[in-house]
Design a protein around this ligand. Structure first.
Ligand code: UTP
Length: 289
């Protein structure tokens, strides 16, 4: 079945990027000239997604404003002949059918996903973590949807991380299927050093069947006292199987100070308006390091 729905959990408190994220959602932090969430929505649309639900929270309304019309600004841009900018800001309001729901308490990613139950209905859906921007010529959400189409099983985007990072993420036990595809046979969220299953972790994207909601309803708080999506996905992996895709793409963690800088520099180096100047600036700067 073709996946046409995606949810973007973006209700987290963003404590790792405070104080920047106190009154600006981390999902709205810019990478060159677009907020992080716009890159994610564009990836969804390029992957064949038509309906998007963003899970929000108090203080996250700038995201809704970003995908809404802005009549005064539009008029001003037209009147001053800035047609290109006008087109850009109007186009983003028509990019997809975007809806919002509030997660009333920040109880974890699993709980945020659960808030999408009535939007999803019985359909399979993509989960695109709101603070993970992934740049690729081949949209990563689409890479996963293709695998869901083929196997009809839950699919997670996976990548190898460092020994330090794995303790903060999920760790997976995998068996190779072919090429970049793996069967996921076990997983643990935020493992202790002696619990690490491998350096493979679920990073940023997955495609899940609606069955996940009945599992989430019975999922008890796990690591950090939060309802963990990993714990619910483990049940899917045990009962019907789950596929990991070592996707092609570069992921930037916008919930992390270094990730934000890496995204700005690397995307900036490809941006037609600033790439030449940025490259020159970086080359000069490197000499002084
Ligand atoms: P993170 O754990 O990276 O986000 O969740 P966080 O809680 O904002 O981060 P820190 O640790 O406080 O800095 C991954 C994704 O899940 C969303 C976040 O917005 C992020 O996009 N999330 C997390 C929710 O929507 N609700 C939650 O209760 C927790």
């Amino acid at each position: 079945m073709k996946v046409t729905k995606a949810i973007i959990p973006a209700a987290g408190l963003g404590t790792r990027v405070l104080p920047a994220s106190k009154s600006i959602p981390k999902e709205m932090l810019p990478i060159v000239d677009k907020p992080a969430i716009q890159y994610i929505v564009e990836e969804a649309v390029q992957s064949g997604i038509t309906d998007i639900l963003i899970i929000t929270n108090r203080g996250k309304s700038p995201m809704e404003d970003h995908f809404d019309r802005s009549p005064e600004l539009e008029e001003r841009l037209l009147a001053s002949g800035k047609r290109d900018l006008y087109d850009q800001i109007v186009d983003v309001t028509k990019i997809a059918n975007i809806q919002y729901v509030r997660q009333k308490e920040t109880k974890g990613l699993g709980h945020a996903v659960w808030c999408a139950k009535s939007f999803v209905g019985d359909d399979p859906f993509a989960v695109m973590y709101g603070d993970d921007v992934i740049i690729s010529d081949n949209p990563v959400c689409g890479q996963l949807c293709k695998v869901y189409d083929e196997f009809g099983l839950a699919v997670a985007g996976i990548k190898e991380v460092t020994e330090e990072q794995i303790l903060k993420y999920s760790s997976l036990k995998t068996e190779p299927i072919r090429d970049n595809l793996f069967k996921i046979t076990d997983m643990i969220e935020k493992p202790k050093k002696d619990q690490v299953l491998s350096l493979y972790s679920i990073l940023g994207r997955c495609v899940l069947p609606a069955k996940i909601f009945s599992i989430l309803e019975n999922t008890k708080p796990g690591a950090g006292g939060e309802i963990q999506l990993t714990d619910a996905m483990l049940q899917l992996a045990y009962t019907e199987g789950m596929i990991g895709v070592d996707y092609i793409g570069t992921r930037y963690d916008m919930g992390n100070k270094l990730g934000i800088l890496q995204a700005s520099i690397e995307v900036g180096l490809k941006h037609p308006e600033i790439r030449v100047e940025l490259r020159k600036y970086l080359k000069d700067l490197v000499k002084s390091l």
